[in-house]
Design a protein around this ligand. Structure first.
Ligand SMILES: O=C(O)CCC(=O)C(=O)O
Ligand SMILES: [Fe+2]
Length: 312
């Protein structure tokens, strides 16, 4: 395992508007695992130990650049980019009403994105990791995080727990992302403290109480029963879990980060006018059950059809 040399940190990094403690006990950088890329047993061991695998430069950069172009062209066509700037630069439209956050529609019928997230490199990697044929969720999560707040701290399990727990998220940036633009952060070894957040991990954002009128109304409208955040205050979590937030000194196009379902993660706020583009997609053994909300030509997702009622 090797760590990148620490860059000089910006004076202030925020999550959901709150400054993070950047002291070395509370904040640091992800270890890189490229040395074990062709040693699946070692990768499995490290994933178990650390909860994530960070592989800088995993993809050929040109594949990611093509995918980026497909995204910025679509954002531009939707009037969401700065009208006076080159679309490929991904500069947000100055009108705050056009701020983007979650933009999975950009991935529909998008060959350049499919080439990355369903391509031979990524499938080869997961097949080697799992030791057998794998499948991906058909649904693709795409973030186009404009200037402002990043993603709240959460574990992915609460959104996708109806299939195998042996499920991995793959986070891929379609931009070079310096710390001020705000990429993903992992709460170091938080998967080893999963017992502490058992009630949270047992929740399912699409489960509702049939005997609670508020829940029924939300379910019928296809809205979240609860949002699935572990905390709005990422800044408080290193002290609570006695650990650190880890991120990359600068995410680069070509990087891949994969992590397990109980790893606590969130993202930094975006302090610039550049939109941060990234996808998160999911991979598992093809032989194991898959969460029905995320597979098929038109995944149910969190819609009414994806809700599950019970008497509470
Ligand atoms: O990119 C983000 O801000 C959040 C991504 C995320 O939650 C994930 O990859 O599971
Ligand atoms: Fe997530």
């Amino acid at each position: 395992m090797s760590s990148l040399t620490a860059p000089s940190l910006p004076t202030c990094l925020k999550a959901r508007g709150h400054a993070l403690d950047l002291s070395p006990e509370k904040f640091g950088f992800l270890a890189t695992y490229n040395d074990a890329l062709h040693d699946p047993e070692e990768l499995r061991r490290r994933l178990q130990e650390e909860g994530y695998l960070y592989l800088p430069g995993f993809f050929d950069r040109s594949l990611i650049e093509d995918a980026r172009r497909s995204l910025t062209d679509r954002l531009s066509a939707q009037g969401l980019l700065h009208p006076d700037r080159n679309p490929y630069d991904g500069i947000a439209h100055p009108d705050p009403a056009r701020r983007t956050v979650f933009k999975s529609d950009l991935t529909e019928n998008n060959e350049a994105i499919d080439r990355v997230v369903f391509g031979p490199e990524i499938f080869g990697f997961y097949e080697s990791f799992f030791g057998e044929a794998v499948r991906a969720f058909d649904f693709k999560w795409l973030r186009a995080i404009g200037p402002g707040l990043g993603t709240q701290a959460h574990c992915d399990w609460v959104y996708m727990s109806r299939g195998t727990p042996n499920l991995l998220t793959c986070w891929i940036p379609y931009a070079d992302v310096p710390l001020e633009v705000g990429g993903l952060m992992m709460l170091e070894r938080s998967h080893l403290q999963a017992a502490r957040i058992k009630n949270y991990l047992d929740s399912d954002v699409d489960a509702y109480c049939e005997n609670r009128p508020r829940d029924v109304a939300l379910a019928q409208e296809g809205k979240f029963i609860h949002q699935g955040w572990l905390s709005e205050r990422s800044d408080t979590l290193p002290a609570k879990f006695n650990t650190r937030w880890l991120t990359a000194p600068e995410w680069k196009m070509g990087d891949l980060l994969t992590f397990n379902m109980t790893m606590i993660h969130g993202s930094l706020d975006n302090q610039t006018d550049c939109i941060r583009l990234s996808s998160d997609t999911r991979y598992q053994r093809a032989s194991e059950p898959a969460d029905e909300r995320w597979i098929g030509a038109k995944p149910l997702g969190h819609s009414t059809a994806g809700k599950r009622g019970r008497i509470c």
